[in-house]
Design a protein around this ligand. Structure first.
Ligand code: TMP
Length: 213
């Protein structure tokens, strides 16, 4: 596993709309708290004041059109602030950082969904992350229709949730491609299963991590 500095542990949660990241976040967090670890939970886009303002713009821009490249750069602008202000200091203090979405979401949504080439995303990634990578990524995977149904039952759709099924199929495919390419870092959770079963899947992965911390 790659990590910029050998302290703390950086976990990211990924997946399509309504795939179960947020539902399982508390379960994941408690596994670390219960074993005496200090945990910081955060999210992207967001996690800082500036980042949350960028999130509001990205998710709820009403009468403003946002070009695909602007969207990409805004994601990384929020990420830069988040890394500097929150994530890097917490990891330096040895914390377990659990981040609801990170750069895999950019490859999936802006890359797979919007069609921006990986090479262009990688330029920003290298600039912003300076080698920082998640130590573990939990990818919650669910058929698109099921996920959107769950997401739409929760609240009125945001700018991304209004996208087409074809867009979300491309997002899902990109996530699964990343998981196939990086099986050591990215663990796929079958979210179509019952919540008990999902917890069991998480136990296997997280108990293994806890053994090594
Ligand atoms: P959330 O619904 O999981 O809070 O995520 C907010 C939305 O932002 C979600 O639709 C995915 C999108 N997103 C991107 O398109 N690119 C990114 O890099 C990130 C972090 C999120």
């Amino acid at each position: 596993m790659t990590s910029k500095k050998n302290t703390g542990f950086f976990i990211t949660l990924e997946g399509g709309e309504g795939a179960g990241k947020s539902t399982n976040l508390e379960y994941i967090q408690n596994k670390f708290i219960d074993t005496g670890h200090e945990v910081l939970v955060t999210r992207e886009p967001g996690g800082t004041k500036v980042g949350e303002n960028i999130r509001e713009l990205l998710l709820h821009a009403r009468d403003q059109s946002i070009s695909d490249d602007t969207e990409l750069i805004l994601m990384f602008a929020a990420r830069m602030q988040h890394l500097n202000e929150i994530i890097e200091p917490a990891l330096l203090r040895g914390k377990i950082v659990i981040c609801d979405r990170f750069t895999d979401a950019t490859f999936a949504y802006q890359g797979g969904g919007r069609g921006i080439p990986d090479e262009r995303i990688n330029i920003l990634k290298q600039w912003v992350q300076q080698g920082r990578e998640p130590d573990l990524t939990l990818l919650f995977d669910l058929p698109i229709e099921q996920g959107l149904e769950r997401a739409n039952n929760r609240s009125s759709p945001d700018r991304f949730e209004k996208e087409t099924l074809v867009f979300f199929e491309r997002v899902r495919k990109k996530y699964l491609d990343i998981a196939e390419r990086e099986p050591n870092r990215v663990k796929v959770i079958d979210s179509a299963k019952t919540s008990d079963n999902v917890h069991k899947q998480l136990d296997i992965i997280l108990d293994n991590v806890l053994d090594r911390l």
